[in-house]
Design a binder for this molecule. Structure first.
Ligand SMILES: Cc1cc2nc3c(=O)[nH]c(=O)nc-3n(C[C@H](O)[C@H](O)[C@H](O)COP(=O)(O)O)c2cc1C
Length: 384
């Protein structure tokens, strides 16, 4: 089983993670992880914090000579901004910072302060912040390398920001990859990209924020990852949980998603075909690559909806935590739109769930053992 824990506050010393259950013998480059961290920091609409940070990973354990050892991989991503926050975030000394007492609607501020009995909302927002996702992206970068050993690759595209919807129907995966990676908002449709940037500029000018939708597409998956035999082994459920745990994510759709509810079964289910060379296959992919919580060999397609960022530069009404007086919510330094960054986090989360399912199916002590088992399984499928 593959599992991880993350730790770290937004303005603390660093973000950290321990990834346990990685097979030995996987070659991972530091530059590969740093490239993914950089992708998470990018995207039109991010705030000033991302100009300060230049995220770079430090691997503290679990690797030697550029290869995983099978032992826990511990990693750290130092916060550059920590230098400016040392006195406010001091672990033992009294905080030199002013207390935050005006909860922002839509953030964890109020519920966190009440639940954890805090009168300084900074003690909540530092961990509730999506800065935590830098650790998840570092983990995602490592497990993506594992997936690539088995011919599995993941791309993402932004298909909506605010009211602007991209035209992406019928694009090939290679086109999505090329066009999205060359876009400031990770959108392959150039006209939509232009309008999205305009929307973000307008929201920024108005002191407002925007949400949107991204899609994560995985290719090269074998039939048979995940299982229907128990609820917590269904891959659809595991993917949805992982994606829903990304801050600001409010919806996850697999394949046709919510549209399945309005169509008859004959237009939703993907008919089954067989050719000796290909084996079993489909001509449509409305299921998005999953049936019964199990991969069916078709590309895995998941759409994810984000709400607009909670911190508004033109703040909404709130109530002071201490005085109970009506006030305007706290204004923290904040992003205007993070859908492109969230797409990178989404890729990482999907990569983790798939790597976990791959290890479950093919054993996880060493890469060579996994590959032997994988080849044996493919041979078995060919003979069916
Ligand atoms: C990459 C990323 C960056 C984010 N940046 C901010 C931000 O700068 N300000 C903010 O208020 N919320 C930001 N959010 C969203 C909040 O973290 C999120 O709304 C909050 O934790 C409450 O969780 P919920 O929206 O899932 O209920 C960001 C989310 C992501 C994925």
């Amino acid at each position: 089983m593959l599992r991880y824990l993350t730790a770290g506050e937004s303005h603390g010393r660093s973000l950290m993670a321990i990834l346990e259950g990685m097979p030995s013998g996987l070659r991972v480059d530091k530059t590969t992880i740093d490239r993914e961290l950089k992708r998470r920091q990018a995207g039109y609409g991010r705030g000033k914090r991302m100009n300060i940070e230049k995220d770079r990973v430090q691997i503290l354990s679990g690797m030697r000579g550029g290869e995983t050892l099978g032992s826990p991989v511990a990693l750290s991503i130092p916060n550059k901004d920590w230098e400016n926050w040392k006195l406010i975030m001091d672990t033992f000394g009294p905080s030199k910072g002013e207390k935050v007492t005006r909860p922002r609607p839509g953030h964890a501020d109020l519920v966190g302060a009440l639940k954890y009995d805090q009168d300084d909302i900074r003690n909540v927002l530092e961990r509730a912040s999506a800065r935590e996702t830098a650790a998840r992206v570092a983990i995602g970068a490592i497990v993506k390398v594992l997936l690539s050993e088995f011919g599995i690759s993941i791309v993402s595209q932004v298909i909506q920001i605010g009211g602007v919807k991209a035209k992406v129907e019928g694009l090939k995966i290679s086109e999505i990859k090329r066009k999205a990676s060359g876009s400031k908002v990770s959108c392959p449709d150039r006209e939509a990209e232009r309008l999205m940037i305009e929307e973000i500029d307008k929201a920024k000018k108005d002191g407002d924020t925007l949400g949107g939708i991204f899609e994560v597409i995985t290719t090269g998956l074998p039939i048979g990852l995940g299982s229907y035999v128990h609820p917590d082994r269904r891959l659809d459920g595991r993917l949805a949980q992982g994606l829903m745990s990304i801050p600001a994510v409010k919806g996850v759709e697999i394949g046709l998603g919510f549209r399945v509810s309005e169509l008859p079964g004959s237009e939703v289910q993907d008919e089954i075909f067989y050719e000796q060379k290909k084996g079993f296959y489909r001509k449509t992919n409305n299921a998005g690559g999953l049936e019964g919580g199990v991969t069916n060999g078709e590309p895995l397609r998941i759409k994810v909806a984000l709400k607009p960022i909670s911190t508004l530069q033109r703040p909404l009404s709130s109530v002071d935590l201490i005085t109970k007086k009506r006030v305007k919510a706290t204004v923290e330094r904040a992003d205007v739109c993070v859908v492109p960054a969230a797409a990178v986090i989404g890729e990482s989360v999907v990569a983790f769930e798939l790597a976990n399912a791959l290890i479950e199916k093919f054993g996880g002590d060493s890469i060579s053992e996994m590959q032997r088992n994988y080849r044996g399984y493919l041979k078995y499928l060919k003979q069916r």
